[in-house]
Design a protein around this ligand. Structure first.
Ligand code: FAD
Length: 289
């Protein structure tokens, strides 16, 4: 099923789409844990997305498709394959799309990707420069529902604190049918972007990206994704920094408060960055579906 159709169905009933994001683990044991966790979910998400090549993990890409295919086949949960252009040229993209189609995965999150910290731009193909170019090529292939990334606090490379709506429009015009947001801890930032996109007559669903803070170091890393930490969250992190279990509980509670407010505002969707933590997936699904 196409993710756009899931949005149409649920949003028509005034319900938000709830999705989970996972990444391909390094080890086979890690992959098995993913399968067990997904199979054990008592309430199923509307779809699960599987990252591709994130944070310099190029070379594990084949697992993205393997995991997306298996979850869809074995658990009956719709899946979305992330795909980045920075490490691929158009011929490679054509081959990857053929593989994705052959495995019956219908949804792709089309991204530019980033050069890993230990690599240099010159080592990568210099064909696609922005995600909208990849989106246009995926659309030409004709078989996929296409999503794209959107940034409530602007992209980290951008000098502005707000997303550039012209860039959002370029992705939409190229063929993006829905957007998934970068994680954020201040709902106002997302809600303001949501309004700006709809006011620009870009009438497609936008999912709010939520990542529960489970560790102080994790929250500090999130700053590099462009997510600002509200004072209230900083106080929570400082209060529980020496008590990992309490910080996890407080971080989950903060994320749930964010989700409660977003749902009450009638957002199209909420996308949970699970960090492959079974208790994040289970905790959120038990409360919200
Ligand atoms: P783009 O839209 O191309 O934007 C990149 C930069 O170019 C931005 O600064 C933007 O403002 C600017 N820009 C865009 N269009 C134009 C234009 N027309 N003219 C001038 N400037 C322009 N990375 C991975 O490697 N794997 C993943 O699986 C992955 N999943 C992600 C999932 C989500 C929901 C999000 C939000 C991000 C994900 N990322 C992933 C990270 C993503 O690859 C990076 O944020 C990357 O730096 C930008 O990707 P993009 O698709 O937004 O690129």
């Amino acid at each position: 099923m196409k993710i756009t159709d899931i949005y149409k169905e649920k949003n028509a009933q005034h319900q938000s789409v709830i999705s989970l994001e996972i990444f391909p683990p390094k080890t086979n044991v890690g992959v098995e844990t993913i399968y067990k966790t997904v199979a054990g979910l008592t309430k199923k998400p509307d779809f699960i997305s599987v990252t591709y090549g994130a944070m310099g993990s190029f070379g594990r890409e084949n697992k993205t498709l393997e995991i997306a295919e298996k979850i869809k086949k074995d658990d009956g949960i719709e899946t979305m394959h992330h795909l980045t252009s920075i490490n691929n040229n158009p011929e490679q993209i054509t081959e990857i799309l053929a593989d994705i189609k052959a495995k019956n995965v219908k949804n792709i999150l089309a991204l530019r990707g980033d050069v890993p910290a230990n690599a240099c731009r010159a080592d990568f193909p210099d064909v696609y420069h922005y995600a909208h170019e990849l989106i246009a090529d995926i659309k030409k292939a004709g078989d996929f529902d296409i999503g794209a990334a959107i940034y409530p606090e602007g992209h980290v490379d951008s000098p502005f604190e707000r997303e550039n709506i012209d860039h959002v429009k370029a992705k939409h015009d190229a063929g993006a049918n829905f957007f998934v947001s970068q994680l954020f801890f201040d709902n106002d930032k997302f809600l303001r972007l949501n309004d700006a996109v709809k006011n620009a007559a870009i009438e497609v669903p936008i999912a709010a990206g939520i990542m529960p803070v489970l560790q102080k170091s994790q929250a500090e890393r999130m700053i590099f994704f462009g997510a600002s930490l509200p004072t209230r969250l900083i106080k929570i992190i400082n209060k529980y920094k020496d008590s990992p279990e309490d910080l996890q509980k407080a971080g989950m509670a903060y994320a749930c408060q964010q989700i409660d407010e977003l749902l009450s505002q009638g957002v199209d969707g909420v996308h949970i960055y699970t960090m492959n933590k079974p208790f994040v997936a289970n905790g959120i699904m038990a409360k919200y579906l």
